[in-house]
Ligand binder design. Structure first.
Ligand code: AP5
Ligand code: ZN
Ligand code: ZN
Length: 213
């Protein structure tokens, strides 16, 4: 299966991804995770991306399209993937179609994490992540066994630099202005499944499984 996950910051894309990935043996390609790794390692890509990310703005289409193009060169990824956080502009969606067409593939389904903006600040400000695995926790909704510690490795958890109320505001603006048109782009193709993203994680997972069966 070739899937796209689209939704505002905090809507649950990163939380659902590992579950779908294991269920269907897919490659998880999260442009946000890849960019954060590049920023942390201070690679040329990371240096170019950092300023926009810190402000909650989108990184340039060319940079992220390049990341995805590289990832899809792996035959195992091309066979089945979850794109988490890409495409985020109509230009990115068009480029993705070109990249896939060139390789004889297409997008099967777009999972739309539909949710009201008002819920997202609490989700974002309570989030803690384990950076090397991408595991995500929440102080209220999904607390780790010991505060600030990853359940699996015992390593410390961190908060994302862009998870503040002020930067969230700008991320939400980018979402409504630049990413909502992407949902319409795929609606015209008839491949969008809407998810009740405000519900409990287990309920969202079960709607996803129904949409994919
Ligand atoms: P990115 O990393 O993609 O961030 P985002 O889209 O803002 O999404 P988040 O990761 O914040 O939310 P999520 O939906 O994964 O939520 P999660 O599951 O963790 O992008 C970051 C930046 O990189 C961008 O701002 C941009 O600068 C750049 N970038 C990335 N891709 C780009 C692109 N294609 N083009 C240009 N620039 C790009 O959940 C959040 C919290 O809520 C967690 O604590 C979780 O435990 C909790 N939670 C999850 N589900 C539930 C539930 N059902 N009920 C209760 N709590 C829940
Ligand atoms: Zn995420
Ligand atoms: Zn909107």
């Amino acid at each position: 299966k070739r899937l796209i996950l689209v939704g505002p910051p905090g809507s649950g894309k990163g939380t659902q991804s590992p579950l779908i990935k294991d269920e269907y043996c897919l490659c998880h390609l999260a442009t946000g995770d890849m960019l954060r790794a590049a920023v942390a390692a201070k690679t040329p890509l990371g240096v170019k991306a950092k300023e926009a990310m810190d402000k909650g703005e989108l990184v340039s289409d060319d940079l992220v399209v390049g990341i995805i193009d590289d990832a899809l060169k792996k035959p195992s990824c091309l066979k089945g993937f979850i794109l988490d956080g890409f495409p985020r502009t109509v230009v990115q969606a068009e480029k993705l179609d070109e990249m896939l067409e060139k390789r004889g593939a297409k997008v099967d389904k777009v999972l739309n994490f539909a949710i009201d903006d008002a819920i997202l600040e609490e989700r974002i400000t309570g989030r803690w992540i384990h950076p090397s695995s991408g595991r995500t926790y929440h102080t209220k909704f999904a607390p780790p066994k010991a505060p600030g510690i990853d359940d699996v490795t015992g390593e410390p958890l961190i908060q994302r630099k862009d998870d503040t109320p002020a930067v969230l505001k700008s991320r939400l603006e980018s979402f409504h202005r630049q990413t909502e048109p992407v949902i319409d782009y795929y609606k015209k193709k008839g491949i969008v499944a809407n998810l009740p993203a405000e519900k409990k994680p287990e309920e969202v997972t079960s709607v996803i499984n129904k949409a994919l069966s």
